[in-house]
Each structure stands twice: as structure tokens, then as C-alpha cells.
Write a protein that binds this ligand. Structure first.
Ligand code: SAM
Length: 233
């Protein structure tokens, strides 16, 4: 993967960035996403934010090597603190981090958002708490996708501020739109998860030390939800 050839995961994220958006890619690492989008002419300006020195330097290098310094600012900052009001950002991508980390970045940096931005999120796990944060903060999920690459299941969640939306506990767990669309990648992910969770439950039953009842209940409920989801025609 590089700024010319994105991974399928980042390619699917790129497809959710509106033409002409002013993108802030937070946790950009190598900066491949904003550089690829500007090179392709999808967007004209972008910001790459990075908290860690080595990836920050990598993003600087990718931008410089592509001659895109006038179009792409690279800033070393924690989360959304990379965004300044004058950037007039219209889309924020947060990709390749745990869902809880993405949630915490959104939560602690909320003051840097105008509320008009499209959020393009690609959590690696922790989707449920991330969706919970979106709902609690007035965001509506506009698009969701599950994809499998290199034996990993990835999710993409696109959200914008809208009228208050209420999602059920199951919708927060599976994704409200994915539950409707039931793509082969989505069903495949949950078939694998069901097997893993059933094995974990069986392990709990044989464990020498008692597993907290709440943990067993939570997992039992998840197994029931997944089994019901997969049983539906
Ligand atoms: N977004 C790229 C992608 O999806 O391929 C890179 C993902 S990389 C696994 C996660 C990056 O997020 C790391 O470079 C890490 O330094 C950065 N990161 C983690 N927490 C961050 C924070 N609070 N603010 C900015 N960057 C952060």
C-alpha cells in the first residue's frame, strides 16, 4: 500500500469522502489517504493530523514527495486539536484505530468540530461504544460497510449530525444499516464471531475460577442475538 495504491480498506473509506470536501484525516500515519484523494483530484485541500513523531514525519515525507505541501497541512497534535477554525473542515476521517479510541478522540475534541462535518470512521473493533457515542451526541448513521481484507473484518461507519435518532441495543451492536442490508461480508463476520463467542462461553463453563456473572450474561446475550440474526432468512 502507498499513496498511489490504497489498501481495499482505505479505498472504501476514500469512496465515502465527498468530492470537494475539506478533509481532516486524524491519525493519518503515512498520510496515504489525503495524498491519494488530492492526487486523484477528489479533494483540493486536506489536513493530516498525527500525535506520534514517526508517523507525523512519514506523513510530512509523503506530502513533500508528492509536491502537495501547498494543499495538505501536516500537523502534530492530539486528536481533533489538529483542526483550526480557519481550516473550514467539512469531513473528518478517523481510521485504523479501536472504536473506543475513536470515540475518546471525538469526545475530548468535540469543541474542535462545528457539528457540520461528515464523520468517516473505520474502527478496528469497539464499534458498539462508538455507535453509542454517535447516538448520544446527535449523529445519524448514513452509511455502514463491513469488508474483509487479509483475514481481518473491518467496519466503516459514516455519520452526520441530524435529528435525534434512537438505536436499539441490537442496532448499536450490529449496526442499524448493516442489519438491514445483510451483505455477505457482514454475515461472514458474524458467523465467525458466533463460533468464537460460543467457544469463549464453553471455556467459561470449564474455567476453574468463577467468571463474573455479568460477563457471562453479556456474552450469552450476544450469542443469542447473533444466532437470531443468522437464522433470519
Ligand atoms: N489512519 C491510517 C490508516 O487507517 O491506515 C493509520 C492507522 S494507524 C494504525 C493509527 C494512527 O493513529 C497511528 O499513526 C497513531 O499514531 C495515530 N493516533 C492514535 N491516537 C491518536 C490521537 N489521539 N491523535 C492523533 N493520532 C493518533
Amino acid at each position: 500500500m502507498n499513496e498511489h495504491t490504497l489498501s481495499m480498506r482505505l479505498e472504501r473509506v476514500a469512496a465515502q469522502v465527498p468530492v470537494g470536501a475539506r478533509l481532516a484525516d486524524i491519525g493519518s500515519d503515512h498520510g496515504y489517504l489525503p495524498v491519494a484523494l488530492v492526487r486523484r483530484g477528489v479533494i483540493a485541500v486536506a489536513l493530516a493530523g498525527e500525535v506520534a513523531l514517526t508517523p507525523y514525519q512519514a506523513a510530512k515525507r509523503t506530502v513533500r514527495d508528492n509536491g502537495l505541501e501547498p494543499q495538505i497541512s501536516v500537523r502534530r497534535a492530539n486528536g481533533l486539536a489538529a483542526i483550526r477554525p480557519e481550516d473550514a473542515i467539512t469531513a473528518v476521517s478517523l481510521c485504523g484505530m479501536g472504536g473506543e479510541t475513536i470515540r475518546d478522540i471525538l469526545d475530548s475534541g468535540n469543541a474542535h468540530l462545528s457539528g457540520q462535518e461528515r464523520l468517516i470512521l473505520q474502527p478496528n473493533g469497539g464499534e458498539q461504544p462508538l455507535r453509542q457515542w454517535l447516538m448520544d451526541n446527535g449523529y445519524c448513521i448514513l452509511y455502514e460497510e463491513v469488508l474483509r481484507e487479509n483475514r481481518f473484518d473491518y467496519e466503516i461507519i459514516v455519520a452526520e449530525r441530524a435529528e435525534a435518532v434512537q438505536y436499539s441495543a441490537e442496532q448499536l451492536f450490529f449496526g442499524p444499516l448493516q442489519m438491514q442490508v445483510r451483505s455477505p461480508a457482514f454475515l461472514g463476520k458474524w458467523q465467525r464471531r458466533l463460533r468464537q463467542k460460543q467457544q469463549t462461553l464453553a471455556g467459561f463453563a470449564q474455567a476453574r475460577q468463577a467468571v463474573p456473572a455479568r460477563k457471562v450474561q453479556e456474552l450469552t446475550q450476544q450469542v443469542r442475538w447473533i444466532a437470531e440474526l443468522l437464522e433470519q432468512a
